[in-house]
Design a protein around this ligand. Structure first.
Ligand SMILES: NC(=O)C1=CN([C@@H]2O[C@H](COP(=O)(O)OP(=O)(O)OC[C@H]3O[C@@H](n4cnc5c(N)ncnc54)[C@H](O)[C@@H]3O)[C@@H](O)[C@H]2O)C=CC1
Ligand SMILES: Nc1nc(=O)c2c([nH]1)NC[C@@H]1CN(c3ccc(C(=O)N[C@@H](CCC(=O)O)C(=O)O)cc3)CN21
Length: 290
């Protein structure tokens, strides 16, 4: 007899199937360790951190590719010192076959290090397709951004989407992580209401120590008050513990199933606890619902 999967489970499987991951330039050992837990062809983003250099970023993107996954290197507009530096990065990435997908992001420095004030400046410069870029991810903020107004964020999203479309580049929206699904659902509706139909990848932390998660949340200005944190499934009185995205993902899947106009929505794991923990979590989650 045909096996039927209950609707909320089906929604959860759709959401978690084809998840993407994230690593830092330093994390090649973690990638090697996790490689058998990660499905072939999984997208793995490589961050562009201030404490890493071009060689590390290129080596990490190349390792992702060599192991049979799809590298999505980050390009941090405000951290670039010159157009030459951007082109050198892209050229080196292209040499290791890692330019088809990139994530163009503003970057945390309060003042730009060079000619790119924001990710729109990188995108509209037109250099990306010259190096083989075909799909560009851009950032989304379901809970806003501590230093950027809502109006500015929405204008940036629309400008970048329009410029990518004009250049014939695919767009994906990748969101800042959060612990609360309510603003995520509202925000997806607002994106769709603007006529933007790109795939949205909802960022969520993979399993990690609670203290570490809260540290990153504070650092990036992400809402993590006691109520939200409890809803996510961890306790502030148990800082030594580990928290995973079970509740967040199950809740998000249920809400998406109730909002069919959400369009294509997938998951992205910020792997603060390591690539292995996130990929094993996804594997177990899918297995328990299939
Ligand atoms: N690396 C990552 O995974 C993620 C990084 N971020 C951070 O979010 C911020 C915005 O990035 P995008 O959405 O790509 O913005 P964007 O590059 O599209 O810029 C949008 C507007 O915000 C301003 N802006 C950009 N970065 C700023 C900053 N650090 N401080 C003050 N104003 C800024 C720009 O001048 C522009 O007017 C950056 O700080 C970025 O690093 C956000 C999500 C994920
Ligand atoms: N505003 C903003 N800026 C970012 O850079 C950023 C976000 N948001 N959202 C989430 C992603 C994930 N990011 C990161 C940043 C650092 C590490 C990391 O492991 N950094 C260290 C370890 C230091 C520590 O434990 O505090 C490193 O080795 O550099 C991981 C993910 C960067 N990202």
């Amino acid at each position: 007899m045909a096996h039927t999967t209950p609707a909320p489970h089906r929604a959860a499987l759709e959401l978690v199937g084809d998840f993407s991951l994230e690593m830092t330039g330093k994390d090649i050992p973690g990638l090697v360790e996790a490689r058998h837990s990660i499905p072939a062809g999984t997208k793995i983003n490589v961050t562009f951190l201030g404490n890493e250099d071009l060689d590390m970023r290129v080596a990490a993107a190349g390792a992702v590719r060599d192991l049979g996954f799809i590298p999505v290197p980050h390009i941090s507009a405000r951290r670039l010192q010159s157009q030459d530096q951007l082109e050198e990065f892209l050229w080196r990435l292209q040499e290791v076959g890692a330019t088809e997908h990139v994530f163009a992001v503003g970057g945390d420095p309060a003042t730009p290090a060079g000619p790119y004030e924001d990710s729109f400046a990188v995108i509209r410069s037109g250099v990306l397709p010259k190096y083989g870029v075909r799909e560009v991810s851009i950032a989304g903020y379901p809970e806003g951004h501590p230093d950027i107004s809502q109006e500015t964020l929405w204008r940036a999203l629309e400008d970048k989407s329009a410029s990518l479309k004009e250049q014939g580049l695919d767009a994906v929206i990748l969101t800042q992580f959060s612990f609360d699904t309510d603003p995520v659902i509202e925000w997806i509706e607002a994106v769709r209401a603007k006529g933007i139909d790109s795939t949205i990848r909802i960022g969520t932390p993979g399993p990690a120590g609670v203290k570490r998660l809260l540290g990153f949340a504070r650092r990036f200005g992400i809402g993590a008050n006691a109520m939200i944190v409890k809803k996510y499934g961890f306790s502030l009185t148990n800082l030594m513990g580990t928290a995973g995205p079970d509740r967040f993902v199950t809740d998000l899947a249920e809400q998406l199933a109730a909002h069919p106009a959400s369009g294509s929505v997938k998951l992205h794991f910020y792997t603060f606890g390591g690539l292995l923990a996130s990929s094993e979590w996804a594997r177990t989650y899918v297995a328990s619902r299939s």
